[in-house]
Design a protein around this ligand. Structure first.
Ligand code: F6R
Length: 592
């Protein structure tokens, strides 16, 4: 994962790099560093820990460089220490490089470099690249990079500069994200668009297999053979304010509360018939949804809607599983890849391999210009704006809005069904207005070590998502399970110490899940239930009951997921944990 950034222009690079790195911190945050050009030499500063550690160590230093690169790390190769933190230098100290991704053959390259007498210092794969570029340098940085690329295997994005050619940065994208930002007399590089929003809205997202040559005066893009390419920039309309906390304690909380608005924005995009797809969903033999994590859970909800409103069989497969499976995929299949970032390696590569086999590839993506959106036959955007909290919240609801709109788009009662969806943002507001009640309940469970989340039918993926939220930000072990399956194993876990969160809106399986609740109670499980308000039965049975407004069974996931996000948030916050940047996680997972 990791985040990389580069700047060349007329301003003090250090401030720009640090601000951009803070915006990229969600991609990785175990260590960080910058390299600048000071008095003709590379100035290097690296620190273990959050970017604030780097800021502290740079505090008070006079740094006038107008060119530099920076990095925030999520370790893949080598432990977390200053030596392994980026930027890395070649052994002559003339080249500095930051990298995101994995060089799969770095051991071979390292052995080759050592055989040439090079002192390979770190445990990283990255160091191999900078030594190679240094070895291949004959007075032109771009040529040295192009000469080095054929030796690299894996997925990577990197940026490199040298005092020998002041003001020049060369960046490469191959399997990991990299975008170029265009300014007046200054240009930028970053792993992600939000990092550049304070400085420019004019962005060129690079494609895999592209090299960019950046100076303050201009940007040139080449393929790996060195042929010049002509690329248009896009103008990004994301509001910078939406990338700030706006008075909330954490981005996650702000993003939870933004959901009614961003879901409304997303629905708006799919109300008119303009977006209609040039094919009939019914004509496909099968729809195969692939995604990871929270996006996978949205896909599971989408399956119910697509099967109900389109009538085509739908399979939902984890992208990391699909990629190496023998699942037959072909021209008769529609593959829907769902990804907030549009850069998740597992999702991209499994979707691309299905496309290569002839399937039609439709993606549901939040980040405009991301790799997946460009690689797909069709892209439907979620209009969630930048999601900074590492735990996905608002993008999940927006993915649901797109999946529902898609599922009903060719249905004879589309207008009535969309009218139902239009009521959702207001109902979501009502749920969120009762957040204090959820907080009160959540605070009773902060000392628990395990929790079970159960749901059936459309509430099963919601239970999975609730459990994922809890474990990733509070580090409490939580397991999501289909309620009807509990008796086939997990029931053995239930005793008076096990809180069981049951998602039970009054739907077609309501009576069934009440029976499952009885099974929990018979074993003294501690029941926290989530259902439609004024549900007397649930209130009676539960230790704690959370009510959401009545809505159609189909739309209940939009409402039931909200208290579960809040529940996880309040527990993690009470425990004093880093809600926005939980340990070991990164927002965009560009490694397999
Ligand atoms: C969970 C979470 C992750 C992501 C997963 C996929 O809160 O954020 O599970 O959902 O890494 O990421 P995208 O949607 O960017 O492909």
């Amino acid at each position: 994962m990791c985040g990389i950034v580069g700047y060349t222009g007329g301003k003090k690079a250090v401030f720009i790099l640090l601000e951009a790195l803070e915006r990229l911190e969600y991609r990785g945050y175990d260590s960080s560093g910058v390299a600048l050009l000071e008095n003709g030499q590379i100035f290097l500063e690296k620190k273990v820990g959050k970017i604030r550690e780097l800021v502290r160590s740079l505090w008070g230093k006079t740094l006038n460089s107008t060119v530099g690169i920076g990095h925030t790390r999520w370790a893949t190769h080598g432990g977390v220490c200053e030596l392994n933190a980026h930027p890395h230098l070649d052994q002559t100290g003339r080249f500095a490089l930051v990298h995101n991704g994995i060089i799969e053959n770095y051991r071979e390259i390292r052995d080759f470099l050592i055989s040439k007498g090079i002192d390979y210092k770190s445990e990283t794969d990255t160091e191999a690249i900078v030594h190679l570029i240094s070895l291949n340098y004959e007075g032109d940085l771009l040529r040295a990079v192009l000469k080095s690329l054929p030796m690299l295997r894996g997925a990577y994005a990197f940026a490199v500069f040298t005092p020998l050619e002041p003001g020049r940065i060369v960046g490469v994208r191959y399997g990991s994200p990299l975008v170029v930002g265009l300014g007046e007399g200054e240009n930028f590089l970053a792993s992600d668009i939000p990092a550049l929003l304070p400085f420019t809205r004019n962005i060129i997202p690079l494609d895999d297999g592209e090299v960019v040559d950046l100076t303050p005066e201009g940007v040139s893009i080449y393929d790996f053979e060195g042929n010049l390419k002509v690329k248009d920039s896009i103008r990004v309309h994301w509001d910078i304010i939406s990338a700030e906390k706006g008075g909330f304690k954490h981005f996650m909380l702000k993003e939870i509360f933004e959901q009614p608005r961003v879901v409304a924005d997303t629905i708006k995009g799919y109300l008119s018939r303009d977006y209609e797809l040039p094919f009939s969903l019914k004509d496909f033999r099968r729809i195969l949804i692939t995604a990871c994590g929270t996006s996978y859970h949205a896909g599971l909800v989408g399956k119910y809607w697509l099967e109900r409103f389109v009538g085509v069989p739908v399979e939902v497969v984890y992208a990391s599983e699909l990629r190496y499976a023998d699942t037959p995929v072909g021209r008769e299949d529609l593959v829907i890849a769902i990804s907030q970032s549009g850069e998740t390696a597992d999702t991209r590569f499994s979707a691309l391999s299905a496309k290569e086999k002839g399937a039609t590839l439709l993606s549901i993506v939040n980040v405009m210009g991301s790799a997946l959106s460009r690689e797909s036959d069709y892209t439907l955007y979620t209009h969630a704006g930048p999601e900074i909290g590492v735990a996905a919240t608002k993008t999940f609801s927006c993915q649901l809005a797109v999946l529902y709109s898609l599922a009903v788009s060719q249905h004879p009662q589309r207008n009535e069904l969309m009218d139902e969806l239009l009521k959702v943002p207001h109902l979501m507001e009502e749920v969120l207005s009762r957040s204090e009640g959820v907080k009160e309940i959540a605070l009773r469970y902060t000392s628990k070590k395990n929790m079970l989340y159960l749901g059936r039918h459309l509430s099963y993926p919601v239970a999975l998502e609730g459990a994922l939220k809890l474990k990733e930000i509070s580090y409490i072990h939580a397991e999501g399970y289909p309620a009807g399956e509990m008796k086939h194993g997990p029931i053995a876990l239930i005793d008076e110490n096990m809180p069981v969160v049951v998602v039970a809106p009054r739907d077609r399986v309501y009576e069934k899940i009440i029976s499952n609740i009885e099974e929990v109670l018979a074993r003294k499980g501690v029941l926290i239930s989530l259902g439609f308000e004024e549900d007397k039965k649930l209130t009676q049975l539960s230790k704690d009951f959370i009510g959401v407004p009545q809505c159609s069974e189909e739309l209940s996931p939009f409402l039931t997921v909200l208290p579960l996000q809040l529940f996880a948030y309040y527990i993690a916050d009470y425990l004093g944990l880093d809600v926005d940047q939980p340990r070991n996680l990164a927002k965009t997972v560009t490694v397999e």
